[in-house]
Design a binder for this molecule. Structure first.
Ligand SMILES: [Zn+2]
Ligand SMILES: [Zn+2]
Length: 802
């Protein structure tokens, strides 16, 4: 009789044994069959892993274990993205130093990560907040600086009054702070930027080669936002100033009946006529209160003011009025547009509202249709002087060439992508290794004197006045001698965006203690990462930054590959009662409680069983009991008495079909269907009183990646002397897996009258006797004369009767 399944004892036993045997630290010099399985590392911002972490790490570990059993040398490292605002806010909230709270949180999280039973190689752990790590983040900064890819610029930046910090564009959603939902305002600061825009085209082109979710590629494409068009320079009547615009439709230039400048446009001050300047000024002031999203929204009423100035259309020479209106924003393009009401919805509404002319310039068929609605497609040019009657695509080329010849612009490609603002006015981050000297200007810190240590004599609080960085309050940190001239100088008071830390960490893992450089050249043989698993929310930030940094380091001669992550997967979301889990809603699920009651094998298997991995599922407190019952059945099954009788043909067929579908499912991360197949298998065999050793061992290997602890224990009970993870995953036998029966459709005069299951090898005469036994077929044949019997082997019998 099988002993009880006591998961607590089993899980602790195997976690201890794995640790002692160092089974999860692969030989990193053996890269012939290397498989680098990486999950996005976590922020130790809270003190516990939540269910979302488990849903990322549990199934990812199952995949890594599967690849190991497929014969790969699998490296699955783990670490902590330990700098950043969440950790700093946690520390402020709990009134401790972030270094202390971060270390404490990491210790708890490590214990919890071990309880998942994952095969992490802790010998290569990374913590981005340690000087041994951030020294190399500073190296990265200086390397980019030397390559001309890091620069300082004064620019309007997003300022969150509540967090007291500048935010990257990516951290602003719908005009509010992504962290605290406060309205974001604009402020002028001198900031450091990384020149990601230099790589816009490559970041776009190389997406096609990546085995990534299409949705994520699409999001990056939109974020990079390439438009092919033209820049056009308009002269201003009676002025030497010029207005430059970008358009994707230079063919519509004859339809430009007015121009619009964004309220931030610098020319407004100089071109507005004395009669209009006051109105323009008050309009500019009122626009400051609105967010970009509000301003650009299609359904809002259009507002604007005439400046009194006129621009001259360089192609038609027509004078058109220049307006200021807030539906044009300064952050995209040049902050000015030529308005073509007949071809653009917003221009159309604006023209209607302010009685500006609308000229039809594109027609679907070359005929004029009037100006009742706007038409934004391509077609035939009309009302366009010498270009009328030609296709708009052709006109575009002709006009771009003409603009170029005239010195008034020409063909141009534009991207929405902005350079990456990396300065943060926060404490808990990597110090920027720059010295500011009155005489020498920007002086990079000598590489050999890194790290620039984060000072500890800082009073951590949520704000440091309006513009002051926390580090600026430490004289011992700020005051240095200039390394060029030896005079008194100041350090840069900002720290780096935490996304800089995570933009390169995957390069360091395959020898995380290396100290002769940011990453071990030998370790780079593990790159690129073979599979990367993490949340879809990183589509346009981390995942784009990591790609950029890889390309920049390649161009610096440090790497010989183009892309960091060959394959990418996003886990879905676990909901509760159909809603996203949140503390405020009170619908969170604490993993610890369920692991206590059911064990971590059951918990991780239930998470995988809930739904497709990339979609997630709805948590059900009762649902886990089904998995609990299943694992108990597996436990009993794998301890049934051995039998020497050879398995029946049917048993073998079910076994090999199970191997086939579980392998295929795990390979494609369809964990839920893999578990279903194993459940079917166990149910089928539930009537067996004894089972062959081979079948038991095969089932243990099949469940091992999904529920590693119970598999190890059952393997040992069945005589295994080493870990089951040193075994190869079972291969199925094609001939054994194949069904040996077929379903024959039976027709009478071409009408389907029944179906019969028969052996594949059945002879024609026997088949005809067999199908006639079918009740419905029999009824339809009775009293009829069979004229012909048509047999299509293994598929169909048709009787022709009269
Ligand atoms: Zn905020
Ligand atoms: Zn100097």
């Amino acid at each position: 009789m099988a002993n009880q399944y006591s998961f607590h004892k089993i899980e602790q036993k195997w976690q201890k044994r794995w640790k002692e045997s160092k089974i999860h630290s692969p030989d990193l010099t053996d890269t012939a069959r290397k498989y680098y399985a990486l999950t996005m590392f976590s922020y130790p911002s809270g003190d516990k892993l939540h269910i979302g972490h488990w849903y990322n790490y549990g199934p990812a570990d199952t995949y890594a274990r599967f690849m190991k059993m497929k014969g790969y040398n699998v490296f699955q490292p783990q670490g902590f993205d330990a700098f950043g605002l969440p950790a700093e806010n946690y520390a402020i909230h709990h009134k401790v130093h972030p270094a202390v709270s971060t270390e404490k949180n990491i210790a708890t999280m490590k214990k919890q990560l071990d309880s998942i039973g994952a095969m992490y190689d802790w010998q290569n752990e990374i913590r981005t907040c340690t000087p041994e790590y951030y020294k190399w983040t500073q190296w990265l900064f200086l390397t980019l600086y030397k390559m001309g890819l890091a620069y300082q610029k004064t620019a309007p930046v997003n300022w969150c009054p509540s967090c007291g910090t500048v935010l990257a564009n990516e951290q602003v959603k719908d005009g509010v702070c992504d962290r605290c939902k406060e309205q974001v305002t604009k402020k002028e600061f001198t900031q450091w930027f990384f020149k990601i825009t230099n790589y816009a085209e490559e970041l776009l082109q190389k997406l096609d080669d990546l085995d990534w979710p299409e949705k994520t590629k699409h999001m990056q494409k939109n974020w990079i936002g390439k438009s092919v068009g033209a820049n056009i320079i308009f002269n201003i009547k009676g002025s030497n100033d010029k207005i430059e615009i970008f358009t994707t439709r230079s063919d519509t230039i004859y339809g430009a009946t007015y121009m619009v400048l964004a309220p931030e446009h610098s020319l407004l001050k100089t071109i507005s006529t004395p009669e209009n300047v006051e109105l323009v000024h008050s309009y500019i002031e009122s626009a400051k209160a609105k967010t970009e999203i509000e301003r650009m929204s299609l359904d809002k009423d259009k507002t604007g003011v005439f400046t009194g100035a006129f621009a001259i259309n360089p192609i038609s020479n027509v004078e058109i009025p220049i307006w200021v209106a807030d539906y044009v924003v300064s952050s995209y393009g040049t902050g000015a547009i030529m308005a073509v009401p007949s071809g653009d919805e917003r221009d159309f509404e604006f023209a209607k509202a302010f009685n500006l002319p609308i000229i039809e310039v594109v027609s679907p068929n070359g005929e004029l249709h009037g100006n009742d609605e706007c038409f934004s497609n391509y077609g035939i040019s009309v009302n366009s002087g010498e270009y009328s009657g030609k296709s708009t695509e052709n006109v575009q080329q002709l006009i771009n060439t003409k603009l170029d010849e005239m010195g008034c612009g020409g063909a141009k490609i534009q991207y929405k992508l902005h350079d990456w603002l990396i300065s943060r006015q926060r404490y808990w981050g990597t110090p920027i290794p720059i010295i500011h000297c009155t005489d020498c200007g920007i002086v990079p810190v000598d590489m050999n004197s890194l790290p620039v240590l984060l000072p500890e004599d800082i009073k951590i609080s949520s704000t440091y006045g309006d513009e002051l960085s926390p580090l600026a309050t430490s004289d011992s940190y700020m005051n240095v001698k200039c390394t060029k001239c030896g005079e008194d100088a100041k350090r840069d008071a900002d720290t780096m965006d935490t996304f800089v830390c995570s933009s390169w960490y995957y390069l360091r893992y395959p020898n995380a203690k290396y100290d002769d450089g940011p990453f071990d050249p030998e370790g780079l043989k593990w790159l690129p990462v073979d599979s990367y698993i993490g949340g879809a929310e990183h589509a346009t930030m981390h995942l784009l930054y990591a790609r950029f940094i890889t390309k920049a380091l390649r161009d610096g001669g440090y790497l010989n590959f183009d892309e960091p992550f060959t394959k990418l997967y996003h886990q879905g979301t676990i909901t509760k009662d159909g809603a996203k889990m949140s503390k405020s809603r009170g619908n969170t699920v604490s993993p610890d409680e369920f692991i206590e009651n059911y064990g971590s094998d059951t918990f991780r298997a239930y998470l995988m069983f809930m739904g497709p991995f990339d979609e997630g599922g709805d948590w059900n407190d009762q649902g886990i009991t089904g998995i609990d019952r299943f694992l108990k059945k597996v436990w009993r099954f794998c301890q049934l008495p051995d039998t020497d009788d050879s398995p029946s043909k049917k048993d073998l067929q079910i076994l090999h079909q199970t191997i086939r579908s579980v392998s295929d499912d795990l390979e494609h991360m369809k964990f839920n269907t893999a578990i279903s197949r194993l459940m079917e298998f166990i149910n089928y065999f539930s009537i067996h009183k004894a089972v062959s050793k081979d079948i038991k061992l095969t089932i243990i290997k099949l469940i091992a990646p999904l529920t590693p602890h119970i598999a190890e224990e059952l393997w040992e009970i069945n005589g295994g002397e080493t870990s089951v993870f040193l075994e190869l995953f079972p291969e199925y036998d094609k001939s054994l897996a194949e069904e040996d029966t077929v379903t024959i459709a039976v027709q009478i005069n071409g009408k389907l009258r029944g179906s019969v299951e028969v052996s594949k090898e059945i002879e024609k005469e026997a088949l005809l006797i067999e199908v006639k036994k079918n009740e419905n077929v029999n009824i339809h044949l009775s009293g009829k004369e069979i004229i012909k019997e048509i047999v299509v082997p293994q598929r169909l019998v048709n009787f022709v009767v009269k």
